[in-house]
Design a protein around this ligand. Structure first.
Ligand code: A3P
Length: 264
């Protein structure tokens, strides 16, 4: 899709190649360069809809690479195993979309490049119309889920990570072909828990400058749980959401956990 990138005012979402870019933040030329990106066999892609656990998965992948050594993360050297089987690994993290809405709502208050929502109702409407950065959650997950078998992809849910982080980390290690001792594995898990990541400035976005994130508006590592949507959705919003969810996801065999009490 050809689009004239005309700078209007901040926060505008500008359609570009089937995606929406944030006016003044993303340059379409930079995005176009992604198509020419040289991909190495050893590359791992972490793919998520916003607010689904991106930073969490990045932390785990980095820690697996560093064999659980937190201090080594910053000194990581690139994997030069160019003669690996030519497979690009993709880890997709999906999160129950009701919690995504809530997490995204608060992130809009924090992130200055995103328009501060009038209120939760206003944001809910925009999300349901896919009129947010990242577009429609439903389209995103359906597209990636349907390509699962075409790619070397590991499909993980945020809720599985909450439920049993250790076994998810083991699955990721296996998928990436990483061999760690029990102690190293335990360290990966330890440094990936919500409470520990909250204390790591890089994971909590604390070093991101104030022009980009209004730190006084809240913390990036906010609640890290399942079911906070129950504190925000009205009964009518929940009914409307369920109806759309069942219609859109009818052919997708994905089961989400909507309440932390279901796994405790
Ligand atoms: P909440 O706002 O619900 O707390 P992303 O990195 O894709 O932007 O996702 C951010 C969400 O993941 C936030 O959700 C954040 O708290 C949560 N998160 C990050 N690390 C986590 C962890 N170790 N355990 C649980 N949730 C985590």
């Amino acid at each position: 899709m050809e689009v004239n990138y005309v700078k209007t005012h901040d926060h505008d979402l500008v359609p570009h190649k089937g995606f929406k870019l944030i006016n003044g933040t993303h340059d379409p030329d930079d995005v176009d360069q992604i198509y020419n990106l040289e991909i190495r066999d050893s590359d791992v892609f972490v793919v998520t809809y916003p607010k689904s656990g991106t930073i969490w998965m990045q932390q785990i992948v980095l820690l697996l690479e560093a064999k659980g050594d937190l201090t080594a993360i910053s000194k990581l050297s690139k994997n030069s195993n160019a003669d690996l089987i030519p497979w690009i690994e993709v880890i997709y993290v999906a999160r129950n979309p009701k919690d995504v809405i809530v997490s995204y709502f608060y992130f809009h208050k924090l992130a200055n490049m995103l328009e501060t929502p009038k209120d939760f109702d206003d944001f809910f409407e925009k999300f349901m119309r896919g009129n947010v950065f990242g577009c429609s959650w439903f389209e995103h997950i359906k597209m990636w889920h349907s390509h699962q078998d075409d790619m070397n992809m590991l499909f993980i849910t945020y809720e599985e990570m909450i439920q049993d982080l250790h076994s998810v980390v083991e699955r990721i290690a296996l998928f990436l072909g990483k061999e760690l001792t029990d102690e190293q594995m335990a360290n990966v898990v330890k440094h990936s828990t919500f409470n520990n990541m909250k204390k790591i400035p890089q994971a909590n976005y604390e070093q991101v400058p104030g022009e980009l994130l209004s730190h006084h508006q809240g913390r990036f590592m906010r609640k890290g749980t399942i079911g906070d949507w129950k504190n925000h959705f009205t009964v009518a919003q929940n009914e409307m959401f369920d109806e759309v969810f069942h219609r859109e996801m009818a052919d997708i065999p994905l089961v989400f956990i909507w309440d932390i009490r279901d796994i405790e």
